[in-house]
Design a protein around this ligand. Structure first.
Ligand code: FAD
Length: 458
């Protein structure tokens, strides 16, 4: 496998993707972390920063950034998979607001570390514009702002845009308005994850690549090359988790796919906008997301790829021609200036992790020493940093504002066995697609999508 083929981002790095050495044999450590994506590496980073004497080992089955962390849309956002109203219903208004405020602060924290560690990852804190291109979507934009106000956020956090204001940021076809939040930065995701791996090594963390963990148990991570014994074992494997023994129903791997255009001429950018490199989306149901890259491309993605029976994750699932074609079509609809045949130079995808109750979580079971973080759905770039900081506190036995947040030690129930899981996840996707189609035909909100969201507790 050529790692650079996994995403535009990995293909555009200057440094070669030569794997680090694998685990040489049985090893003792204080903390062993399985998975060298953002979650594993942020955890290692904050642990090593807080206590340089800790012996920390990271085990990665491929290379750092092989998973979603090297392939994502590069939104380092303050989005959290559970909405603010849903958090407030479950945990009360104050704790929900504390969670959201901490997510805002997390975006700044990532920016701070990136600068402090000299990680050159094209960081640009330009915020996010979410467009409304139909009356129904405009209604959703208004509702989002009203909900934010009701739950304690201000205009400075999320503001409603009229048609001219929205188009001034992102001149997509038929824009009627939208919302803007400053709490997001566009990043080059692979530069971030690869830079983090180097940063943790500078702090004495040992990262072993091409070292698959075949079993996790209290006190040990087992690999074909040897066993790492440690009182704390952290699972940071997100969408790949179901392949671990005993974890098949912990999260469902759902695929998100992306395309990138060739660098666009300045004249095209003058029409599209995104001058601050705002990340962008719109208020349809099936999520789409994009960013203007530092080298002038449009990197654009969306959900819609099927969930695969048995929670299987395979390299060929990263490529779904039907979804790539749909992404190109949507890109062309949004920006007719790209011409009838949008020129796409790269297409790729990867698995993200979805818990049964759609709630991300981070935690440590003190009785076993087993720790975990994940279930971020599509919001892991920022959230994994908060997970890493929180795990560092939990593992070191510190009680802090972070360890008091409502997602800490939350446990989702497990997914249903197959074939129910396959039916449920794919039915959900279908409902959202048909809701978008029906809305654009009838210009009124879909009741089925609303019912489905209510069912999920969104
Ligand atoms: C196409 C796409 C677009 C996305 N866009 C965004 C976005 O714009 N913003 C956002 O916030 N989120 C986005 N996400 C989600 C985000 O990328 C993830 O939530 C985040 O990267 C998760 O990081 P992680 O470290 O937990 O998992 P991963 O990055 O998936 O890392 C898990 C690592 O564990 C390793 N591993 C797995 N099993 C084993 C094993 N048995 N032994 C050893 N190692 C193992 C894997 O090889 C992998 O490197 C997107 C995801 C995808 C796929």
């Amino acid at each position: 496998m050529r790692y650079q083929d996994l995403s535009y981002w990995l293909s555009s790095l200057d440094a070669p993707l030569t794997p680090r050495p694998g685990l040489p044999g049985d090893t003792d450590a204080d903390v062993v972390i399985v998975g060298a994506g953002y979650t594993g590496l942020w955890t290692a980073y904050y642990l090593a920063a807080a206590d340089p004497s800790l012996r920390i080992v990271v085990l990665e089955k491929e290379i750092a950034g092989y998973g979603a962390s090297g392939r994502n849309g590069g939104w380092c956002s303050a989005l959290f998979p559970t909405s603010l109203p849903a958090l407030a219903r479950r945990h009360g208004r104050d704790r929900a607001l504390a969670m959201q405020r901490t997510m805002h602060e997390t975006v700044r924290e990532v920016g701070r570390v990136v600068a402090a560690e000299g990680i050159d990852c094209d960081w640009r804190a330009g915020g996010t514009v979410v467009l409304a291109r139909t009356e129904v979507q405009l209604g959703r934009a208004r509702a989002a702002v009203a909900e934010a106000r009701e739950h304690g956020l201000a205009d400075a956090d999320l503001v409603l845009l009229d048609a001219a204001e929205a188009a001034a940021r992102c001149h997509a076809e038929g824009v009627r308005g939208g919302t803007y939040t400053p709490h997001c930065a566009a990043v080059h995701p692979a530069k971030l994850v690869r830079g983090l791996a180097t940063a943790v090594e500078r702090r004495g963390v040992r990262v072993f690549e091409r070292t698959p963990v075949t079993a996790l148990r209290p006190g040990a991570a087992v690999t074909p090359a040897g066993v790492v014994r440690a009182p704390v074992v952290v699972r940071a494997t997100e969408g790949f988790t179901p392949a671990l023994p005993g974890q098949r129903r912990a999260v469902a791997p759902v695929y998100s796919l992306m395309v990138a255009t060739a660098p666009l001429p300045e004249a095209t950018w003058a029409e599209i906008g995104l001058a601050e490199r705002e990340t962008f989306s719109d208020y349809r149901h099936v999520i789409i997301y994009g960013q203007r890259t530092a080298d002038g491309r449009l990197a654009f993605g969306g959900r819609g790829a099927p969930y695969h029976y048995g929670s299987r994750v395979r390299p060929d699932f990263d490529r779904e021609p039907r979804v790539f074609a749909a992404l190109r079509r949507v890109l062309g609809e949004l920006f007719p200036v790209l011409g009838p045949e949008v020129l796409v130079t790269h297409s790729w995808g990867g698995p993200l992790g979805v818990a049964r109750d759609w709630a991300a979580s981070v935690g440590l079971d003190r009785s076993t020493g087993l720790a975990w973080a994940g279930g971020y759905v599509g919001d892991g770039v920022g959230t994994s940093n908060l997970a890493g900081r929180t795990l560092a506190d939990l593992i070191r036995g510190e009680q802090s504002d972070l360890t008091a947040l409502p997602w800490v030690n939350h446990r989702s129930r497990r997914w249903e066995p197959e074939p129910l899981r396959w039916l449920a996840v794919n039915a959900g996707l279908k409902v959202m697609f048909s809701a978008d189609e029906a809305e654009s035909r009838k210009n009124r909100p879909s009741r089925r999508a609303k019912a489905f969201n209510t069912l999920l507790g969104h």
